[in-house]
Design a protein around this ligand. Structure first.
Ligand code: C5P
Length: 236
């Protein structure tokens, strides 16, 4: 497979064409942004860590019956994925109150929710990815009701799988954001699952092992991402 012209450059990844129209080449970058691009930086090694962490999660989820865009790893920083049309709805699932939810409903960060919450956000940088519901999604024509129901169902299933899987690795899954794409008419899991898009807390110490270390200037960002890869794969 050959890497052809660049199709897109996002905040965390570049996407290239390949000679197969159904397959794209993803390159993960070390660039880090937060607060809708207001805070910018570089986390050394982040690109390869997130590529390897995402590949690990995608492979594990595929084995459990979740269809993802992942095709195969090319090297530490790059993977091949199915070409998808990204649905402009970001799906956030939460098990513990943190971040914007803690602020919005006045819960102390760390409060365990009695059941998972699924939220939808409009994937639009200019608008700052606002929280939306099924009515907004219908009016904005972002997804059909069937597609939305499928994304919600998949998010809850993925949550269940990830919570159990991570518990064994002594990691608590606080919350995470998923993006879905349409491939050959079907909704499949796309984008990435990494410390950039999830809140991971050490199950014993509650130490943050995710992008909150960058957002909140807590230091040791790269070490936290490395720790997640190590817990998942045993790799350093
Ligand atoms: O900021 P907030 O509490 O709403 O984030 C919820 C979850 O979604 C966190 O795990 C965060 O890392 C992720 N997220 C993301 N991309 C965004 C917004 C949130 O990956 N644009």
């Amino acid at each position: 497979m050959e890497k052809l012209e660049q199709l897109y450059e996002g905040k965390a990844k570049k996407i290239y064409k390949t000679e197969d129209p159904d397959v794209v080449w993803l390159e993960y970058k070390d660039d880090a942004t937060a607060f809708n691009g207001l805070k910018k930086g570089t986390i050394e090694g982040k690109g390869s860590l997130n590529n390897l962490i995402s590949a690990h999660f995608f492979q594990m989820l595929e084995e459990k019956g979740i269809t993802t865009h992942f095709v195969k790893l090319i090297n530490d920083r790059e993977m091949l994925c199915k070409d998808v049309k990204i649905v402009l709805v970001e799906v956030v699932t939460r098990n513990i109150a943190a971040g914007s939810l803690a602020k919005r409903i006045g819960y102390e960060e760390g409060t365990v929710l009695p059941l998972p919450i699924v939220e939808f956000y409009y994937k639009d940088d200019e608008l700052g990815d606002p929280l939306i519901n099924n009515y907004h999604i219908k009016i904005l024509d972002l997804a059909t009701p069937e597609q939305l129901a499928k994304m919600e169902e998949m998010a809850l299933k993925i949550n269940e799988i990830l919570v159990g899987y991570l518990k064994d690795k002594r990691v608590t899954l606080v919350d995470f954001k998923l993006e879905f794409g349409i491939h050959k008419g079907e909704i499949i899991l796309a984008d990435e699952i990494s410390p950039d898009t999830c809140r991971f807390w050490d199950a014993d110490t509650k130490e943050k092992l995710d992008k909150d270390r960058f957002r909140r200037d807590l230091g040791n960002v790269e070490d936290a991402y490395k720790e997640i890869l190590k817990r998942l794969t045993g790799q350093n």
